[in-house]
Ligand binder design. Structure first.
Ligand SMILES: Cc1ncc(COP(=O)(O)O)c(C=O)c1O
Length: 362
């Protein structure tokens, strides 16, 4: 049945009208998925085991976050009142922005960076102030410091950053937090396990520092949607006011303890990705493809004007990669997730064949 139309229909807030819908590239996904920075293998066998034991009766109850929050707090060396589990880091970003961004406030964003910061900011009444990285895509520290104003309310830093793979140092984060005491400095450590440096120990020590971690990447739980947001207990009070008590589902909560426990699996997967990244970078160098140094489970490469055709042909060869050309300062650049060594050998074969064909056509 066609939708009823009426000349008078409810109108959204003007801010919402201005937002561009965000569509992750889906479609034919029956290929090696090197386009979402996911774990490309499978989750821990211990998680699999928990999943197989979940009874239908378990699903009838509302989820209880607190016991699992206590476990995560212990692992991060924090107090339970300093964190909440969220429906992925995406929800962490959303609730942080909802709690802190008012009309007239500014969100400082070093760009290019993770798309969802801008998406969630655009449904608030705050202004996004982008700080463009130079061609080397290194963290634009000096420019970020210069952009701090009394209106700066949140500074969002992905560390390591996506899609560049670049990092900022602990000293830089501390300096930013010191220069903007009136702003929340969010450090999003989605790719922490592939990098190894953290500011988790500074949570509660630095009064305006917040931390996000996801279980979507190294742990391989992207489909369960679970992440964590940590900050001093005083700041968390405001975040709890806008957070749904049940946004993390009971299946995710049942699985997380097993995932946290299985360090053998985690170490294996991270080791595999780091070894594959080294091999893949060597293959890119041998193929004469410019790349940016990466501290995460992906590499950004320069393909140039034929970027869309490159992505299409890689896709046709069974390898999904992500065109980042529309990211600020990323024209002609493509991001490739690092999977296992075996998967990356397939990716190198497809890459070399695709590049050779495109070069022949020049
Ligand atoms: C920097 C960064 N933060 C957060 C996320 C999303 O994490 P989650 O799956 O927990 O929502 C991503 C996903 O690609 C990311 O790159």
């Amino acid at each position: 049945m066609a939708e009823a139309s009426n000349s008078v229909v409810p109108q959204p807030r003007s801010r919402v009208r201005a937002i561009k819908e965000y569509h992750p590239p889906l479609g034919d996904r029956n290929a090696l998925r090197l386009d979402f920075n996911e774990n490309t293998y499978e989750c821990s066998p211990r998680v699999r085991e928990v999943l197989s034991r979940i009874a239908s009766g378990d699903i009838t109850r509302y989820p209880e976050r607190e016991p699992v929050e206590a476990l995560v707090a212990r692992q991060l060396g924090l107090k339970p009142e300093q964190l909440v589990l969220t429906n992925g880091v995406d929800e962490a970003i959303h609730v942080l922005f909802q709690a802190f961004l008012d009309a007239g406030d500014e969100l400082l964003l070093p760009v290019p960076t993770y798309t969802m910061y801008e998406v969630y900011a655009s449904s608030t009444d705050a202004r996004v102030v982008s700080i463009q990285a130079a061609d080397d895509l290194a963290f634009p520290f000096e420019r970020l410091i210069e952009a701090i104003t009394p209106r700066t309310k949140i500074i969002a830093i992905a560390n390591p950053n996506s899609p560049s793979g670049s990092t900022c140092t602990r000293e830089q984060i501390l300096e930013i937090a010191k220069r903007a005491p009136h702003a929340v400095v969010l450090v999003d450590e989605a790719y922490y396990h592939f990098y190894g440096e953290t500011v988790a120990d500074l949570i509660g020590q630095v009064p305006n520092l917040a931390l996000a971690r996801t279980f979507s990447k190294a742990y391989g739980l992207a489909g369960l949607r679970i992440g964590v947001l940590a900050a001093p207990a005083g700041l968390m009070t405001w975040i709890r006011r806008v957070l749904s008590p049940y946004s993390v589902n009971s299946v995710a909560l049942a699985c997380l303890p097993a995932a946290l426990d299985d360090s053998t699996y985690l170490d294996w997967y991270v080791g595999e990705v780091l070894a594959a990244r080294t091999d893949f970078e060597a293959a890119l160098d041998a193929a004469g493809v410019r790349r940016w140094p990466s501290y995460a489970n992906f590499v950004l490469v320069e393909i140039g004007p034929k970027h869309a055709e490159f992505v299409r042909r890689m896709n046709a060869a069974g390898i999904l990669v992500r065109d980042r050309s529309s990211d600020p300062g990323c024209d002609g650049r493509v991001r490739i997730t690092i999977g296992t060594r075996e998967q990356m050998r397939q990716a190198v074969t497809a890459l070399n064949t695709t590049l050779a064909a495109l070069r022949l056509e020049e």
